[in-house]
Design a protein around this ligand. Structure first.
Ligand SMILES: Nc1ncnc2c1ncn2[C@@H]1O[C@H](COP(=O)(O)OP(=O)(O)OP(=O)(O)O)[C@@H](O)[C@H]1O
Ligand SMILES: [Mg+2]
Length: 238
């Protein structure tokens, strides 16, 4: 069986943060490659730089040194507009604490990325398709009955499903999830992992960050970060 093409490639990624007079060195030369269609977990102790790395892969933060490429394109060489498009359309993000907008309904939260991706005339032309996709996503995620609720009226698992719907709205090539089950009880978290697995079976490329080994074992491959570098990479036995 041939391997699928590399989607994301990171080489020698360094990142440090300045805290007053001191510098916190977080990443000291991370190398990794994510292939199209893979479901990869990134694990490591708290503070090992998992979130920092995920933000860099998603174009939310820049490395101090090193290169991140998406399908061969260097993120650091993209225009501001290109990078915005990358973050809004190519990548979908799911976070531990959902980051939904409480003023908007469930349905509006899910559809919002499509609105952001378009100009006003563009939105007026395509909004019916966006609405259609939004309702399909709510349906798939079992949220149709909650469409008019506000996020604060939902359970944690429901909120995370809304966040997944929002992340998928623009049909991203890459789904990045940072501790998506970290705030949920194990049964609810398991439901979220089932959704991610199902998406992956349908072809979605996923990078999941977690400190929980059991969660990581739901992926196909585990990348372990330690001391600012990739310490090991292992395949998950099925
Ligand atoms: N904006 C920032 N300014 C200063 N230091 C930061 C910043 N972001 C992260 N750090 C530091 O970088 C280190 C790595 O943080 P990061 O959030 O990437 O770790 P993590 O592996 O995701 O940890 P956790 O499992 O607790 O979420 C931590 O020591 C953190 O304090
Ligand atoms: Mg983190």
């Amino acid at each position: 069986m041939g391997e699928s093409p590399v989607m994301v490639n990171a080489e020698n990624v360094h990142k440090s943060y300045r805290m007053g007079a001191t510098r916190v060195v977080v990443l000291k030369g991370v190398d990794l490659a994510i292939r199209q269609g893979e479901f990869v977990a990134i694990v490591g102790a708290s503070g090992s730089g998992k979130s920092t790395l995920l933000h860099i892969l998603g174009g939310l933060d820049r490395p101090d040194k090193g290169v991140v490429q998406f399908q061969g394109r260097d993120l650091n060489r993209m225009s501001a507009r290109g990078l915005n498009k990358y973050r809004n359309e190519t990548v979908g993000f799911v976070f531990q604490f959902y980051h939904l907008l409480d003023e908007l309904s469930v349905w509006e939260n899910v559809v919002l990325p499509a609105m952001i991706a378009r100009s006003i005339p563009g939105w007026l032309l395509t909004r019916r398709q966006a609405w259609q996709r939004g309702s399909e996503l709510l349906d798939e995620l079992g949220l149709s009955e909650r469409a008019r609720h506000k996020p604060y009226q939902l359970s944690g698992g429901e909120r995370q499903r809304v966040a997944i719907g929002r992340a998928l709205m623009n049909q991203p090539q890459l789904l990045l999830a940072d501790e998506p089950t970290g705030n949920l009880d194990s049964a609810t978290g398991n439901g979220i992992l089932n959704i991610l697995e199902k998406l992956n079976r349908a072809g979605q490329t996923i990078v999941l960050v977690t400190h929980d080994e059991r969660v990581a074992h739901r992926a196909q491959r585990i990348i372990t970060l330690a001391d600012g570098r990739v310490k090991s990479t292992s395949r998950v036995e099925v």
